[in-house]
Design a protein around this ligand. Structure first.
Ligand code: FE2
Length: 268
C-alpha cells in the first residue's frame, strides 16, 4: 500500500533546463524550433508515466529574455497542471522573468517531506559565466545551518565543476570554491543539479554528487574544446528523493522530434 505521509514518501522531481524559447512559437535556434521541442518534452512529462510531484526549470528559459518567451513557457506549464519551480540562467532577464512567470513565484527553498530543495541564482547580468552573490551564499549557509539533520539538494544554472568542454568550463561558477566551503562544512547537501551545459554529466564535487541535464532543445557535443552541437535529442532529468535520504536519478531523451540540428551554427 502506498504511504502518502510527506515524510515517508519518495518525492519525484523532474528537471527541465535550457529551453531557449524565443519571442514566437516558430522561433528557431541552431536549426531547432525550441518551443516545439519544449512542448514535446512536456507532453512526455504529462503522459502519466513519470507522474512527477514537481518540475524544476533550471534557467535559460528564454533565448534572449523576451517577455513573450516567458508567457509561452508559463502557458504550457499551466496546461500540464504540475507544480513547478524555476531559477534564472545567463540568457534570462530576472525582472522580466518574474513578471512572465508570476503564476509560479520564485521559491528559493521548498520543503518536500524531510527534504529541503534549494534554488540558487548563479546568473550575472550581462555575463555568460556564472557566479554567486554573497547574498546567495549567505542564504545557503543559513538554510543548511538551520536544519543540519535534513537532506538537501541544490538546483542552479551554471555547474560548479568542469564537465570536459573547455569553452563551457570557462563559464562555470567563478567562485565555486566559496560554495564548496559551505557545502563541505554542512555535510547535508546530497546532490547538486545544474543546467547550462546542454548535456548529461555526473561528477563528484565538495563531497556530493553533481549532475547536469540535457536541454529541452539542442545538446552540446561532450568533450569538445570549442562550441559544437551534437545530434542527441532533447531530454530531461528525473530525480527521486527517497525518505531514507538517498537519491535515484537518470535522464531520458525524446525518441523523435522532427527537428534537425544545424551543425553550421557557430553559437546560440
Ligand atoms: Fe546558460
Amino acid at each position: 500500500m502506498q504511504n502518502n505521509k510527506a515524510s515517508e514518501k519518495t518525492w519525484r522531481l523532474v528537471q527541465i533546463t535550457d529551453p531557449h524559447i524565443g519571442p514566437s512559437r516558430d522561433y528557431c535556434l541552431a536549426g531547432v524550433q525550441t518551443y516545439e521541442t519544449f512542448r514535446q518534452v512536456l507532453a512526455e512529462l504529462g503522459s502519466q508515466k513519470l507522474a512527477p510531484d514537481m518540475i524544476y526549470a533550471t534557467g535559460d528559459i528564454a533565448a534572449n529574455g523576451a517577455p513573450e518567451a516567458y508567457e509561452l513557457f508559463a502557458q504550457q506549464m499551466q496546461f500540464l497542471e504540475i507544480p513547478y519551480g524555476w531559477l534564472p540562467g545567463n540568457h534570462d532577464q530576472l525582472t522580466i522573468m518574474e513578471e512572465g512567470l508570476s503564476s509560479a513565484s520564485y521559491w528559493p527553498m521548498l520543503e518536500m517531506g524531510q527534504w529541503r530543495v534549494i534554488s540558487l541564482n548563479t546568473s550575472v547580468p550581462g555575463k555568460v559565466g556564472g557566479a554567486l552573490a554573497q547574498s546567495e551564499l549567505d542564504f545557503l549557509e543559513q538554510v543548511l545551518n538551520a536544519e543540519p539533520d535534513k537532506p538537501v539538494i541544490v538546483f542552479l544554472h551554471h555547474p560548479p565543476l568542469p564537465v570536459g568542454c573547455d569553452w563551457l568550463d570557462r563559464q562555470r561558477i567563478a567562485n565555486a570554491d566559496e560554495l564548496e566551503a559551505i557545502v563541505r562544512a554542512s555535510g547535508n547537501v546530497k546532490a547538486v543539479f545544474s543546467g547550462h551545459v546542454h548535456q548529461d554529466f555526473a561528477g563528484q564535487w565538495a563531497g556530493c554528487d553533481v549532475h547536469t541535464a540535457p536541454s529541452t532543445c539542442f545538446q552540446f557535443l561532450p568533450n569538445s574544446p570549442e562550441f559544437a552541437l551534437s545530434d542527441q535529442s532533447p531530454g530531461y532529468r528525473w530525480i527521486d528523493l527517497r525518505p531514507d535520504g538517498s537519491i535515484d536519478t537518470g535522464v531520458e531523451f525524446l525518441k523523435e522530434t522532427g527537428q534537425v540540428v544545424d551543425h553550421k551554427a557557430v553559437g546560440y
